[in-house]
Design a binder for this molecule. Sequence first.
Ligand SMILES: [Zn+2]
Length: 305
Amino acid sequence: MVTFTCNVCGTYNEVKVFATEPATCPCGSNVRIRGLIHLLSLELFGESLQLKDFPKLKGIRGLGMTDKECYAEILAEKFDYTNTYYDREPRFDFTEAHPRLAGMYDFIVSADVLEHIAPPVDRALEETCRLLKPHGFLAVTVYCNPVDRTVEHFPDLNEFRVVTLGNRPVLVNRRRDGSLEIRDDVVFHGGSGATLEMREFGLTDLRTKLMAAGFRDVNLLSDNVPEYGILFDSDVSQPLIATKEAFVMDACVRTQLVKAWKAAHDQAVHHRERATRLAEQLRLASQSRWLRLGRKFGVGPNFTS
Ligand SMILES: [Zn+2]
């Protein structure tokens, strides 16, 4: 039995058969997602908060690559965050240049996506780095194999389509030199089309690629966080954060944070004053002769609520 509180939705869970890959919380989070949110919180706030408890800071800009709804919806509530898709609106192709958006984002989330981007994946990593502010960061989950070697399944991919032949998918590719390649050793993750597995990463190579793309540091989540149900077995890759310079909140976000703190503080003071008033009413009432008489007969107002 594994017990934990989900750091996405705050639900307390008791799970009899715990595994890393399937969702272990009713909200749909698994170990990787919870690990990702843990790292995101540490990077933004220096503390691991539950996502539902993140302060609302609309000055923080974020982008998602096909993020799962269970955390994307909360990110959109908290921040100026847009989830984007490769194959539907709001569409965003990270392999293309977006000069007008360069340096605009505090964070970009890439959860289980990098293995699906058509080669060369370096283009998308470079563009991601360009889109981030100088103090922005990339939060990643991606499967890395235990032999620590990147394997590109289709290095000559150029003009291609996946077609169904009989009842099996087949990849047809016209290489740059015009020759045709036909492959039926294709792997899909949770669907078809855009979820074709293009590669398996080795961690060393992934780190090298991120640094070559312009990131300065890559930090992996190395510890389990049992209270949040973040328990990795040996098969699953740890989430990571790739940073340029250390994350810093913009001045407008710091102001928002102070306003949010002040609003919460004022509310707490208001509640305390109300509780004090109620206690005083109760004390005065208990001294009332009529009330004492009423209590004797089991009647009268109830001041305990
Ligand atoms: Zn949850």
